[in-house]
Design a protein around this ligand. Structure first.
Ligand SMILES: [Fe+2]
Length: 308
């Protein structure tokens, strides 16, 4: 694998950023971390001061995706790999690194111009884990925040970039139900995927972010007792289980225009078992769901028409 160890944090802009102060603890059972310098509301799910940062802004949009490396040496090596692939990484000003709460920050973009970052040493310890209701905690640690899924105009270009320029490995390709096409899943650590791509013609943006509870009960409580189960008008997919990563989860429209997948039980892949970065051991599946995940249309304001 490459130097990038895990998905660290995600930042978005939203006019409804203040709603997260109550929505996130109510729905996810998480904490709120220290506000950002611009008043951003920050979601805290483990020892890191934040994992999601919802900044004030006129539109719902992706602001940055932070990929974590574990040392300054790894940061340099990751920059070299990006440069060799033509990605032009740049060391960010100290003030920007400070605003993110990290020691070192490097910025670059994916093949479609989406804002990516590398960082090392995020601040932590703002408060001990003290959730607003009884909660078993979230699966993070060596596997990071969870995963992020993008709609992209060209999945193969996205996949190639994440393998060649970022050192990720492929885990699965799944053929989704009509009208959706193929979806590609890539990993940077044992978590089945840290990033996935859904090819949508002429579209680009943040589709969903996954967070994983240590307990299925936290997911069930949130789904039935907080949101009201299958009747909840904000659901994008109801409770179900994926074939690929085996997660039991539901998807809900968040106040910032993208979807949150809240789940439990994600597959961890033994790297010795499926090492190939070039699809030799890739599993290709045609059945995306074991059960449930009934789809309902929801607008997604962070996926927009793509203009090259
Ligand atoms: Fe997901």
């Amino acid at each position: 694998m490459g130097e990038i160890a895990k998905l660290g944090y995600i930042g978005v802009e939203s006019p409804a950023y203040e709603e997260w102060r109550t929505w996130a603890p109510d729905v996810l059972g998480c904490m709120i971390g220290p506000d950002g310098e611009d008043g951003a509301v920050r979601v805290k799910i483990d020892e890191a001061d934040y994992r999601l940062s919802i900044h004030p802004g006129e539109d719902h949009k992706l602001a940055y995706v932070g990929w974590e490396v574990l040392s300054h040496r790894d940061l340099e090596a990751a920059m070299e790999r990006l440069s060799r692939a033509g990605a032009k990484p740049e060391v960010a000003d100290k003030a920007v690194a400070q605003a993110r709460g990290v020691d070192q920050l490097v910025t670059f973009t994916d093949p479609f111009g989406q804002p990516y970052e590398l960082f090392c040493y995020q601040e932590s310890g703002y408060r001990d884990w003290n959730p607003p209701r009884p909660h078993a905690g979230f699966v993070t640690g060596d596997m990071g925040l969870g995963h992020v899924v993008f709609a992209v105009p060209d999945a193969r270009a996205a996949v190639d970039f994440h393998i060649e320029a970022m050192g990720f490995l492929t885990s699965d390709i799944v053929t989704l139900r009509e009208p959706l096409g193929e979806m590609w899943f890539l990993r940077a650590n044992p978590r089945h995927h840290s990033v996935a791509f859904l090819e949508v013609p002429n579209s680009l943006g943040l589709q969903h972010v996954y967070v994983e509870s240590k307990s299925l009960d936290d997911v069930g409580y949130s789904y039935y007792d907080v949101l009201g189960g299958d009747e909840c008008p904000d659901l994008f997919m109801n409770l179900g289980r994926h074939v690929g990563d085996q997660v039991i989860s539901y998807y809900v429209h968040s106040p910032a225009g993208f979807f949150i997948e809240y789940g439990w039980g994600g597959l961890e892949i033994d790297d010795l078992e499926r090492r190939s970065p070039h699809n030799i051991n890739l599993r290709k599946g045609k059945r995306p769901e074991l059960w449930g995940h009934k789809f309902r249309f929801q607008p997604n304001e962070t996926v927009r028409p793509y203009q090259p």
